[in-house]
Design a protein around this ligand. Sequence first.
Ligand code: PNS
Length: 166
Amino acid sequence: MQYVGGMRRAVCPGSFDPIHNGRLEVIARAANLFDEVIVAVSTNYAKKYRFALEERLTMARRTLGAISGILVEPMGEGLLADFCRERGASAIVKGLRSSSDFDYELPMAIMNRQLTGVETVFLPAEAHYVHLSSTLVKEVHDLGGDVADYVPRSVLARLAETRPQN
Ligand code: PNS
C-alpha cells in the first residue's frame, strides 16, 4: 500500500450525555494513534437528552479542552461520514464493550465507509469500564449510587445538580 503523508485525523463521535471515563479512556487511546482527534458531540432531535448540546460540549471541553491534539466540536445534525469528510478525518474511532456493541456498530462502519471512504477503528474497552454507559451512570447516580469512579468531577457535580426530583 502506498504511504500517504500528512496529518492523521480521527473523529470520536457520541452523544456524551454526559461524557464518562470509559469514553475518555477510548479518546485518550485514539489520541495516541492519531495526530489529531475531534470529539464530535451529536444532536439527534428524536433523542431525549438530559443535558443540552452546549452543556455536553462544555463538560467534554472541561475534561479534554486543554489536551493538545484533541478538539471538541458539535457534530451537527447531518451524517457522521460527511462530518469526517469535511474535517479531513480518515477514521472514526469507537470503543467496543461487547459483541452486541460490535453487532450494532458493524453496519454503521460499513455504511460510513461506503458513503465517503472513512474507516472505523474499534478499540476494545478497558476492563474497568466495560460495563459503562451514560444511561447506566445516570440511573445509578439518580438512585443514590456512587459513580465518582466513572465520571470526571465536573460531570459528577452536574449530575447532582440535575438529579430528577420525585
Ligand atoms: O453516544 P452514542 O449515542 O452511541 O452516539 C451515536 C452516534 C452519534 C455515534 C450515532 O448516532 C451517529 O453516528 N450519528 C450520526 C448520524 C449518522 O451518520 N447516521 C448514519 C450512520 S451510518
